[in-house]
Design a protein around this ligand. Structure first.
Ligand SMILES: [Fe+2]
Ligand SMILES: [Fe+2]
Length: 293
C-alpha cells in the first residue's frame, strides 16, 4: 500500500504492538483464573515487566480517571473526526508504524485479517469473523494524536475500587480517583450486579470501537469488541459483583474471542489483496458504506 507512514505514536512503547506482545506473554500459559481466586494470589509483574511497558502502565493507571473517561467520550463519541468505510479505517490504521520490529512484526491490517481468518477457519458465524476483522480499529485514536496509554492497555471500571487483578496495580496510587473515597469503595458509584452497561470503563480502543459499531452488529459481537481488553474480568474473573446474569452469559463470547486475538499467528502473513473482496462483501452485509468516526 502506498501510503505515507505516520511516525510512532506518543508514549513510552516502541509501538502499540509492544503492549499486545506483553499481554500475549502474560497469558501465554495457563487457563483463566477461577472467579473465586483470592485477590492476594494475583501475580505481581513488577520484576518481569520491561521498563517501557511499566512506564506505559504507570501513565495509564495514573491518568485514567472517571473525569478523563467522560471528557474523552464528549470528545470522540459524537463521531465528528472522519467519515470512513471500515476498509478505509483498516488502511488508515495501517499507516501507523510500530517501531518494535518493523521487518518481522505483522502490520495492523495483517493482525486483523489473521484474527478474522482463524475465526473463519473454525467455521464460526459470519458476524464473529467480521468482529475479528474490526476489533482493533479503535486504535486509529493514535493517529489523531491520542497517547498510547489512552488507546491500549487492559481496561477496568472507573468510579469504583481498582481491582488487585489489574496488572501493576500499585500505580493506581498515582491516580487522583484513589483519593476520592466514594470511588474507592468496592462498588463505588455503582450497585451490586448493576450490569456492565451501567459501568464506565477506562478509555481506549475497545470502548471507542464499540460506539462506532454499536448500531450494526449483534450483541455478542459488541461485547467482544467492548470488553476484549477487560482482562481483569474475562481472564482473572474479577468484577463479578458489577456484572448481571446477562453479562455473565455474554462473557462466554468474550472468552471465546480472546484466543483468536492472542494466538492467531500463522507462518505466512495473510494475502491482503486476495482476501479483500471476501471481506468487503462481509462488511457490506452489516455496515453502511460510510461510518462516522
Ligand atoms: Fe485490542
Ligand atoms: Fe487485537
Amino acid at each position: 500500500m502506498d501510503q505515507p507512514k505516520t511516525p510512532a505514536q506518543a508514549g513510552p512503547l516502541k509501538g502499540l504492538e509492544e503492549w499486545d506482545d506483553f499481554v500475549k506473554s502474560r497469558y501465554a500459559q495457563g487457563a483463566p483464573a477461577s472467579p473465586d481466586k483470592d485477590p492476594e494470589e494475583f501475580r505481581d509483574y513488577t520484576d518481569s515487566t520491561p521498563e517501557r511497558v511499566k512506564e506505559f502502565y504507570r501513565l495509564n493507571h495514573a491518568h485514567q480517571t472517571r473525569d478523563f473517561v467522560r471528557e474523552k467520550k464528549r470528545e470522540f463519541l459524537p463521531g465528528n473526526r472522519a467519515q470512513m468505510s471500515l476498509w478505509e479505517a483498516m488502511e488508515f490504521l495501517n499507516t501507523l508504524v510500530d517501531e518494535s520490529d518493523p521487518d518481522t512484526e505483522l502490520s495492523q491490517i495483517e493482525h486483523l485479517l489473521q484474527t478474522a481468518e482463524a475465526i473463519r477457519k473454525d467455521g464460526k458465524p459470519d458476524w464473529f469473523i467480521l468482529t475479528g476483522l474490526i476489533h482493533d480499529l479503535g486504535k486509529v485514536l493514535c493517529l489523531w494524536g491520542e497517547p498510547q496509554w489512552a488507546v491500549v492497555g487492559d481496561t477496568f471500571p472507573v468510579g469504583c475500587a481498582f481491582s488487585p487483578a489489574i496488572v501493576l496495580h500499585q500505580y493506581f496510587a498515582l491516580n487522583p480517583d484513589s483519593k476520592v473515597p466514594a470511588y474507592q469503595a468496592r462498588l463505588g458509584v455503582y450497585s451490586e450486579h448493576c450490569g456492565l452497561d451501567q459501568v464506565e470503563m477506562s478509555w481506549g480502543h475497545d470502548e471507542y470501537m464499540y460506539h462506532v459499531a454499536k448500531d450494526y452488529l449483534p450483541e455478542e459481537a459488541l461485547y467482544m469488541i467492548r470488553y476484549h481488553s477487560f482482562y481483569p474480568a474475562h481472564h482473572e474473573g474479577d468484577y463479578e459483583y458489577l456484572m448481571n446474569d446477562h453479562d455473565q452469559e455474554m462473557f462466554r463470547w468474550v472468552r471465546e474471542f480472546n484466543p483468536y486475538d492472542l494466538y492467531s499467528k500463522s507462518d505466512e502473513p495473510p494475502k491482503v489483496d486476495a482476501l479483500r473482496p471476501y471481506y468487503e462483501d462481509l462488511i457490506a452485509q452489516y455496515f453502511p458504506a460510510q461510518l462516522r468516526w
